[in-house]
Design a protein around this ligand. Structure first.
Ligand code: BES
Ligand code: MN
Ligand code: ZN
Length: 493
């Protein structure tokens, strides 16, 4: 499906015309012919209400889709992603090849913002992972997905709209790229495979890739990564991608947790739901997507992506509760629970990032179950030692609708991870009190004086219930958020 821009209005010929309508507002006069037959009870523009009409040859289009935006004063930009999602769904059910979506004239948002959001919603809603069905159609549980050929964003004034749609396409494309890699289970995407995906990105002349293999990690003393890897038959890697590496530009590091499967290790997880731990690599895969988007947008920043990757498995050689390890920055850690592994691999990677003295570090990690208890699927946990970095992420999240909620990092919580026998321990209390915060405090031990933000994305890494523009499965949430936050931070420098 191609997203394009067309200059025009309601009389544009297509198979399906999609029009967003505010609650209680009359249909535009161009659609007055249809207005007569629509009862208020059936459609009056309520939020997310959808009406799909067969025009029976009365219009320039076979189908007309009306989408309710709700009250104008409560409008969020995200409604336009949902609008595009409903248009893509309708195009599938009606087998409409050419879809046109009208960009409305409204006070709250600019045409360019709306157009970007529509293009994002269209592309995100069109992604579905079908690659593991043996034969598409036959033998699979569904017919092959119909896909519109062209999704056009229609506006009378298209100034700036092409650029906005291009931006939306790059961002949603990177998010779908993340979803597609992340959906792969652990027998397909191993740490080595993640490294291969990173190498693939480095075909772009502005990106270079370095993969630190097990020997290099040993030499460097990255014992957090090595300890977690001990129980796995597959070697670990620390993947580094550098965009604009030699340029004098604001420099940021993005660090992503790359546990390709988290069984818990010797502190093994219950089997119920364990398969979802294939998504424990989300932070690393998002990091790939962020680098891809930043490079395709050609943003004037320098960006280093660091992705420590390993499985967390139990075996005769696995690390054991009580083990004491010396992390890359020299801090000693008691491993009291081998299931708190993310912070061990991230500790090394964050300390390595901090040595580069970037302007800020942002990490993404499916770090704790407790953040799901606190925030559910509607926000990622944000932890930061810097108000400016935190604000950039908060306001970026409002715009991209990948919302974040800031949690405290008070030093009282640091007490909870003081070690009995080593400097620190990898869990707070056995009972799990404040365990998302103690996890973040653990990470903070490795960033030194660097400005840093940690995003705990355990609640948003995959979609489990109905969503206005994403199918169930890997969400890729975090990509558009971090790219926009980096742009905002760089613009302030
Ligand atoms: N990868 C998990 C966190 C997680 C849980 C992500 C559920 C997505 C869904 C992480 O490695 C983990 O196991 N965390 C433990 C920490 C605990 C042992 C202190 C947790 O949250 O239970
Ligand atoms: Mn774990
Ligand atoms: Zn984990």
């Amino acid at each position: 499906m191609q997203v394009t821009v067309k200059k025009g209005n309601f009389d544009i010929p297509c198979d399906l015309l999609a029009v967003p309508i505010f609650q209680g507002v009359q249909l535009p006069k161009e659609l007055s012919e249809f207005a007569k037959s629509i009862r208020k009870e059936v459609f009056d523009g309520k939020e997310n209400q959808v009406l799909l009409l067969d025009t029976l040859g009365k219009g320039k289009w076979k189908y007309l889709l009306l989408f309710g935006l709700g009250e104008e004063k409560e409008l969020l930009l995200d409604k336009f992603r949902a609008f595009a999602g409903s248009a893509v769904r309708a195009s599938k059910s009606t087998q409409s090849t050419i879809v046109c979506a009208i960009v409305p004239e409204i006070k709250t948002f600019q045409k360019t913002e709306i157009s970007q959001a529509i293009s994002e919603g269209a592309l995100l809603s069109n992604y579905k992972c079908t690659k593991f069905k043996s034969k598409k159609g036959e033998g699979a549980d569904k017919e092959p997905e119909f896909e519109p050929k062209e999704f056009s964003i229609v506006s009378a004034d298209i100034k700036g709209v092409e650029a906005a749609v291009n931006r939306g396409s790059i961002l949603a494309g990177a998010q779908n790229y993340v979803r597609d890699i992340n959906e792969n289970p652990a027998n397909i995407v191993t740490p080595q495979k993640l490294a291969e995906s990173a190498k693939e990105l480095s075909k772009n002349p502005n990106i270079s890739c370095t993969v630190y293999e097990k020997d290099a990690l040993k030499k460097a003393g990255m014992n957090g990564i090595l300890a977690v890897n001990q129980g796995s038959d597959l070697p670990p890697v620390l993947i580094m991608l550098e965009y604009n590496k030699d340029k004098k530009l604001p420099h940021y590091c993005v660090v992503g947790k790359g546990i390709t499967f988290d069984s818990g290790g010797i502190s093994i997880k219950p089997s119920k739901g364990m398969h979802e731990m294939k998504y424990d690599k989300t932070g690393a895969v998002c990091t790939l997507g962020i680098i891809k988007a930043v490079a395709e947008l050609g943003l004037p920043i320098r960006l280093t992506g660091l992705m420590p990757a390993t499985e967390n498995m139990p075996s005769g050689s696995a690390q054991k509760p009580g083990d004491i390890i010396t992390m890359y920055n020299g801090k000693t850690t008691e491993v009291l629970n081998t299931d708190a592994e993310g912070r061990l691999i991230l500790g090394d990677a964050l300390a390595f990032a901090a040595e580069k003295k970037p302007d800020a570090i942002i990490d993404l990690a499916t770090l704790t179950g407790a953040i799901i208890v606190a925030l559910g699927p509607h926000a990622a946990g944000l932890f930061s030692n810097d108000d400016e970095v935190a604000s950039a992420l908060m306001s970026a999240g409002e715009k991209t609708h990948e919302r974040v909620w800031r949690m405290p990092l008070w030093k009282d919580y640091a007490e909870m991870i003081k070690g009995d026998f080593a400097d620190i321990k990898n869990i707070g209390s056995e009972s799990g009190e404040a365990s998302s915060i103690t996890a973040a405090k653990f990470l903070q031990e490795f960033v030194g004086e660097c400005k840093w933000a940690h995003l705990d994305i355990a609640g948003v890494d995959n979609i489990k219930a109905a969503h206005p523009y994403m199918e169930k499965g890997a969400s890729g949430i975090g990509v558009r958020l971090v790219v926009l936050a980096l742009e905002m931070l760089a613009a302030k420098k």
